[in-house]
Ligand binder design. Structure first.
Ligand SMILES: O=P(O)(O)O[C@H]1O[C@H](CO)[C@@H](O)[C@H]1O
Ligand SMILES: Nc1nc2[nH]cnc2c(=O)[nH]1
Length: 297
């Protein structure tokens, strides 16, 4: 009963929100971008903007984290129609996973075909330094592995199947194109592919946790992204993801470094231009398949 009410509300709500947005803007986005902590400047690249505070959008959750402005920006980028979330929702804010991923289904209903997810993350791999950019090749969804998954509850067949495959959820062609663009922009030295892991947060890792993640083969860790990608893949969106490495995760008891959110945001500011260039070129050069038949509407 509980799940039935929840599911009904989610499905109805996303349709209501998408309809409201379509009544307020002429943009019909093909691409959606979710900005990670300190990466909200990605929206500044959009031309002919229509912008909405989350608090004005029916059904939208509210951002509570510093570095997440809480605005949905529509606009054009290199001839493609885009929508950009300046601020995402995290599980640790107290949102249900249905709420943290709610915008993804709204994007599907708006006709979006490709989702760009970005985040700030700590590095566990020795070869990833603060300021580097990791193209996400795959993820480990730790909350998902223990049942904290936005797809739990009755399946909404309008969006996708009960048991969606997640192998290949980060599009290989887009990953290759991103590396090619990085070479042309002269920033290939900052970039490599890796595995992102989502943990629940809001605390950063203990040293024992950091060592565990490292041994498990995780390259970068954060507190977001995986649920959005699961929901996007479930409803057939193509996904590209990148992590801006904002800090090294402390793995040694001898190391006196410690991470804080202000430092995370600062690295975002320092790398804003490069991240903007990469995303702009990638969106400009990627093919749109127009395979969002919008059959979830
Ligand atoms: O994942 P995004 O939203 O980029 O933010 C990352 O940065 C914050 C910690 O500084 C956490 O919210 C973590 O998930
Ligand atoms: N969990 C986690 N999230 C982050 N976001 C940015 N840096 C970090 C980090 O070191 N750990």
């Amino acid at each position: 009963m509980f799940w039935e009410i929840f599911d009904f509300l989610s499905s109805k709500c996303s349709t209501k929100t998408a309809d409201w947005l379509m009544s307020q803007t002429k943009h019909r986005p093909q691409v959606a971008i979710i900005c990670g902590s300190g990466l909200g400047m990605l929206a500044d690249t959009l031309k002919c903007q229509d912008s909405f505070a989350y608090s004005d959008i029916p059904g939208f959750p509210q951002s509570t984290v510093q570095g997440h402005a809480g605005r949905l920006v529509f606009g054009e980028l290199k001839g493609k129609s885009c929508v950009c979330m300046q601020g995402r929702f995290h599980m640790y804010e107290g949102h249900s996973l249905l709420k943290t991923t709610f915008p993804v289904r709204v994007f599907k209903l708006l006709g979006v075909e490709t989702l760009f997810v970005t985040n700030a993350a700590g590095s566990l791999a020795d070869c990833l330094q603060p300021g580097d950019i990791m193209i996400i090749k795959d993820h480990v969804n730790f909350p998902g592995l223990v049942g904290l998954n936005p797809l739990c509850g009755p399946n909404d067949d309008k969006f996708g199947p009960r048991f969606p495959a997640m192998s290949g959820c980060y599009d290989k062609n887009l990953r290759c194109l991103a590396m090619e663009i990085a070479k042309q922009l002269g920033v290939a030295g900052l970039m490599q592919e890796g595995v992102y892991a989502m943990v629940g947060g809001p605390n950063f890792e203990t040293i024992a946790e950091a060592r565990l993640l490292h041994r498990l083969g995780v390259d970068a860790v954060g507190m977001s992204t995986a649920p959005e990608v699961v929901v996007a893949t479930h409803c057939g969106l193509r996904v590209f993801g990148l992590s801006l490495i904002t800090n090294k995760v402390v793995k040694s008891y001898e190391d006196s470094d410690s991470v804080n959110h202000e430092g995370v945001l600062e690295v975002g500011r320092l790398r804003s231009h490069t991240v903007q260039q990469l995303v702009t070129e990638l969106i400009g050069r990627m093919e749109i398949n127009n395979n969002n038949t919008n059959n979830a509407a």
